[in-house]
Design a protein around this ligand. Structure first.
Ligand SMILES: [Zn+2]
Length: 459
């Protein structure tokens, strides 16, 4: 099957932390999260459990997770999640599966004919092992830090908090999700042209990240890798940070409350990219790599989705649970309260940022140490900070802020015209909807603050 690269291309924008692609001319690059041949999975501690049904009494577990930069031992009671010792809830409201030892293979080979068309010559997507159900056992009320039991408990704990805070405010039913811990996801991507030029050829297991898969309604925590461990760049595993689990669940909420947004590309369910890119780029110049960029509605929705997910974690977890790791640039970039990116770029929708967001020049994908609002996580970081700061100016609580953001996302879903608009109109109308909610609930008293944060937007 031949695809038109201009329309569908590999210029992919994915809903769930996905963004892939791009580059000028034929240098089409499909990015997975970092690939490694040396993934480090967790260990199952209790493969057998002699206390078959001990969990009808109140049982509490001691778990280890990161709170304010440090691994802290805490007691959690997840009684309702421990049906027959399995880490799924009886009613399947939150979790319908909690898996480990999943193994998958994804092979994608693409051949370009010219700038505008390509063939996908190989497209393998197989599950080699569907995984085992993660369970905890009353034989053992405290587990090793890197065990599936410990991680299963802390992830479930964060998800429980986020879900209950959200469902206390809305009547919509939220489908259950599955959790997959350190799956082995082998990926191979090869992009060539008919002349034999190779633009991309990489393979390995996807590591050091987390993502949400909309098609499977799955929260996935990828394994660590020996390379990253040895480099000591980001030594804190994502599953230990409560905010990460809540962020991924935030994508699930976005997807559930905004079904009228149509994803625009064929790969949305295949190429889930990183939610938490912490890579450094030594070249911090902003390099234009293409001059025919159009900001599509899906680009803006991708940014809203990321910012929304950060806000869901921010408003449903405690301050100490929202700790973002100790990598300075990553923390500043993604902390909702931080008014600037690590490189000093101001988080406002001012004229400069808006110009870049809708520029016909595409700039090289950002890295942790260089802000680029064309990248969905950075656009999302601006959205999250802007809406949070405006709401803070009225002295709102986290619950009130959460309520307003949920109202806003539902308003986007309900507006049929909005969901047909091009990128810029979509963006401006969406931000106007936010301002309208502020005006309706709190009047015009802080319009000067709104104008400051949205100075590049006609509102
Ligand atoms: Zn994300």
């Amino acid at each position: 099957m031949k695809y038109n690269a201009i329309i569908m291309g590999l210029s992919l924008v994915l809903s769930a932390c996905g963004s892939s692609s791009s580059g000028g001319g034929k240098k089409k690059v499909i990015k997975f999260s970092s690939l490694s041949m040396n993934p480090i999975t967790l260990q199952k501690e209790n493969t057998r459990c002699s206390s078959a049904d001990l969990l009808e009494e109140e049982k509490i577990f001691t778990v280890t997770r990161l709170i304010n930069k440090k691994p802290v031992e805490e007691i959690v009671n997840l009684q309702s999640f421990l049906q027959n010792n399995q880490l799924v809830d009886a009613n399947k409201d939150l979790l319908n599966a909690h898996l480990y030892d999943v193994s998958k293979r994804r092979v994608l080979e693409v051949v370009y004919y010219d700038e505008n068309s390509f063939d996908i010559t190989t497209d393998i997507d197989e599950v080699d092992s569907a995984g085992l159900t993660n369970s905890v056992c009353a034989d053992n009320m405290s587990y090793a830090r890197n065990s599936y039991e410990n991680v299963g408990l802390i992830v479930t704990n964060a998800l429980t908090k986020t879900r209950s805070a959200i469902t206390s405010l809305i009547s919509d039913s939220i489908p259950s999700v599955s959790v997959s811990l350190t799956p082995l996801e082998y990926s191979k991507v090869k992009v060539t042209d008919v002349y034999g030029n190779v633009y991309q050829d990489e393979e390995g297991y996807r590591t050091n990240n987390a993502y949400y898969s909309p098609s499977e309604k799955a929260l996935v925590f990828l394994p660590g890798s020996k390379e990253v461990e040895a480099a000591g760049i980001f030594e804190k595993p994502f599953w230990e940070i409560p905010m990460v689990a809540s962020h991924e669940y935030g994508h699930h909420i976005f997807d559930t409350l905004y079904p009228n947004f149509e994803h625009s590309n064929m790969h949305q369910d295949i190429l889930h990219d990183s939610c938490f890119d912490t890579r450094f780029n030594t070249n911090t110049e902003m390099m234009a790599v293409s001059e025919a960029r159009t900001t599509e509605r899906s680009d803006i929705v991708g940014g809203f989705n990321e910012g929304f997910a950060d806000l869901m974690a921010q408003y449903t977890l405690s301050e100490s649970e929202n700790y973002l790791g100790d990598l300075n640039c990553f923390r500043k970039n993604r902390e909702v309260k931080s008014p600037k990116f690590a490189d000093g770029t101001i988080k406002k929708f001012n004229a400069k940022n808006i110009r870049l967001l809708f520029s016909s020049k595409e700039y090289e994908t950002s890295s942790c140490n260089k802000a680029n609002i064309q990248e969905i996580h950075h656009m999302g970081a601006v959205f999250a900070h802007v809406t949070d700061a405006i709401q803070s100016s009225y002295g709102l609580t986290n619950t009130e802020k959460l309520q307003n953001i949920l109202t806003w996302i539902k308003a986007l879903n309900e507006d049929e015209n909005l969901n047909l608009m091009g990128g810029r109109d979509y963006f401006e109308n969406s931000m106007r909807k936010f301002v309208k909610i502020m005006h309706k609930n709190y009047g015009n008293i802080n319009d000067d603050i709104i104008r400051d944060y949205l100075s590049g937007v006609s509102i």
